[in-house]
Design a protein around this ligand. Structure first.
Ligand code: UDP
Length: 324
């Protein structure tokens, strides 16, 4: 089975590539290495390709002729998307359309899409189910919601089959220590907290203490990257077998506040790093928690690492012993 993985040199993509490789899939990674690392590709080949270029995409698809495409390549930061929406609509929406059109042209019609909880915006009910209305409140979420709409239309018009996986807050690192998150200016909470513990930043800012939550800080559903990766393999097998498009939330169904994450990070690292409370970050909803019963029921997904301390421990281990 041949799988083309876009963004396979990045954080989530590289963990999925590791699982694909271990399970015997033939993998080709395409990545422009804007945030990824070639050392992160542990299995298969890597070609430097930018999804802005349809010609190059076409060439890769023709030559490799994959059974399915897994699409991770994207920009992922909410705050940046508010400041620079053009980057998000181009990278995440327009470039994905390039890929999808090329797939249809080459008669490759199985697609796994990295979507996000940000498509829900401020959900009225939490935990959020897949049929909740999509009301993204930032360009990042909107850029992914546009793709989900395109996918739905492609299915109807071209018999294109896809699984859209809506990730909640992905965190942690490969428990075997071979992979982890490695961005220059990471903005995600757990990475930022651990880098502060390491002394890379002077202090950690808590963005907003006036949310309608028990301690006033925002609540997120943190999911370990390897549980997320496992769900991708299950989704791929399901797609290839059932030939049915579908959408799944991926999270654990409960959340932690920013303050709880900070306390756990201090406990795991044993370092009482400096923290300062400041204003809300634009584009952040108060609470995002997944209802993932559908993924468990339909895909038979059985998450193994639903433990915030374990998530932070694996991320800390990576921070201290990075390979790239
Ligand atoms: N956050 C924070 N300080 C930071 C980074 C994040 O208080 O240095 C908060 C952020 O405002 C949000 C939560 O932590 O409420 C999770 O943010 P993150 O960027 O990790 O993920 P997102 O939910 O935006 O995808």
């Amino acid at each position: 089975m041949k799988i083309l993985v876009t963004g396979g040199a990045g954080y989530i993509g590289s963990h999925v590539v590791k699982l694909l490789g271990k399970r015997g899939y033939e993998v080709l990674v395409i990545d422009n290495l804007s945030t990824g690392h070639k050392e992160a590709v542990l299995y298969g080949n890597l070609e430097i390709v930018d999804l802005a270029g349809k010609k190059e995409i076409n060439k890769v698809l023709k030559e490799f002729n994959p059974d399915a495409v897994m699409h991770f390549a994207a920009a992922i930061e909410v705050a940046e998307s508010v400041e620079n929406p053009a980057k998000y609509y181009r990278n995440n929406t327009v470039n994905t359309l390039n890929l999808l059109e090329s797939m249809v042209d080459n008669d490759i019609k199985n697609f796994i899409f990295s979507s996000t909880a940000a498509v829900y915006g401020m959900p009225e009910k939490v935990p959020v189910k897949e049929d909740s209305p999509l009301n993204p409140i930032n360009p990042y979420g909107q850029s992914k919601a546009f793709v989900e709409k395109i996918l739905n239309d492609f299915d109807k018009a071209y018999d294109f089959k896809y699984i859209s996986l809506r990730y909640f807050n992905v965190a942690g690192a490969d428990p075997e220590g071979e992979l982890g998150q490695s961005y220059q200016n990471a903005t995600h909470l757990i990475t930022r907290a651990l880098k502060t513990a390491k002394g890379e930043y002077e202090k950690l800012y808590i963005f907003g203490t006036d949310y309608p939550t028990s301690d006033g800080t925002a609540i997120r559903d943190y999911i370990h990257v390897m549980d997320l990766a496992e769900a991708h393999i299950l989704a791929l097998d399901y797609l290839l077998k059932e030939k049915k498009s579908d959408i799944f939330n991926l999270g654990y169904g409960h959340g932690y506040s920013v303050k709880e994450v900070v306390e756990t990070a201090k406990k795991v690292t044993g370092i009482d790093f400096p923290v300062e409370e400041t204003d809300r970050r634009p584009g952040d909803p108060a609470v995002l928690i997944a209802d993932s019963t559908k993924a468990k029921r339909v895909l038979n997904w059985k998450p193994k690492y639903d433990n915030l301390e374990f998530i932070i421990k694996t991320a800390w281990n990576w921070e201290l012993n990075k390979k790239f």
